[in-house]
Design a protein around this ligand. Structure first.
Ligand code: AMP
Length: 212
């Protein structure tokens, strides 16, 4: 199964992607996680993308497309994947279409998690994430032991790009301007599956599974 998930920041894409990928035995890929990991590890890619990620702007298309192309070429993506955070622009969507076509494959669905803006903002403000494995938490549902990840024991804290309301609003603005038009791109191909992203993690997960 090959899936992508769209939706504004705080819609629950990261949390749901990992669970859905686990259920269907496919690999979860998150471009934001790849970039944040590259930045904190000080790699060449990290140095190139740091200025964009840290200011809430989009990394240039050519760089992002190359990162995804390489990631999808890895063996573990051959049996299916769920991409969270890509494509985010029409140019990226066209590049993904081409990449898949070149290997005679296609997407099975483009999920879109829909939540009102105030829910997005509330979730982002309270969001906490494991710096090691990327598992998401919230101040209202923290890990069991003292901000140590329940899955891997890593430190759980705030994502640097979640700090500052202005930057969060800028990321939401970019979503509406650049990424929302992709809904039409996928609707025209009969792939769009809208999911109500409000409610508990389990409720939203059940809706996604029912749709798929
Ligand atoms: P995310 O974790 O998906 O919110 O992504 C965090 C940041 O990584 C974004 O604010 C962008 O700076 C960058 N980023 C992630 N995915 C993309 C993409 N597909 N295109 C451009 N920039 C991206």
């Amino acid at each position: 199964m090959r899936l992508i998930v769209l939706g504004p920041q705080g819609a629950g894409k990261g949390t749901q992607s990992k669970r859905v990928a686990d259920k269907f035995g496919i690999v979860p890929i998150a471009t934001g996680d790849i970039f944040r990991w590259a930045i904190s590890s000080g790699t060449e890619l990290g140095q190139k993308v740091k200025q964009y990620v840290e200011s809430g702007r989009l990394v240039p298309n050519d760089l992002t497309i190359e990162v995804v192309r390489e990631r999808l070429a890895a063996d573990d993506a051959a049996n299916g994947f769920l991409i969270d955070g890509f494509p985010r622009t029409i140019e990226q969507a066209a590049a993904l279409d081409e990449m898949l076509e070149a290997r005679g494959a296609s997407l099975d669905a483009a999920l879109v998690l829909e939540v009102p803006e105030e829910v997005s903002l509330r979730r982002i403000t309270g969001r906490r994430v494991c710096i090691n494995c990327g598992r998401n938490y919230h101040v209202d549902s923290p890990p069991e032991h003292d901000w140590t990840c329940d899955t891997c024991g890593g430190d759980v804290g705030r994502r640097f790009d979640d700090e500052g309301e202005e930057m969060v609003r800028e990321r939401l603005r970019l979503y509406h301007e650049q990424t929302e038009p992709l809904k039409q791109h996928y609707a025209e191909r009969g792939l769009l599956r809208a999911v109500d992203g409000e409610g508990t993690v389990n409720e939203v997960f059940d809706r996604i599974v029912a749709l798929l």
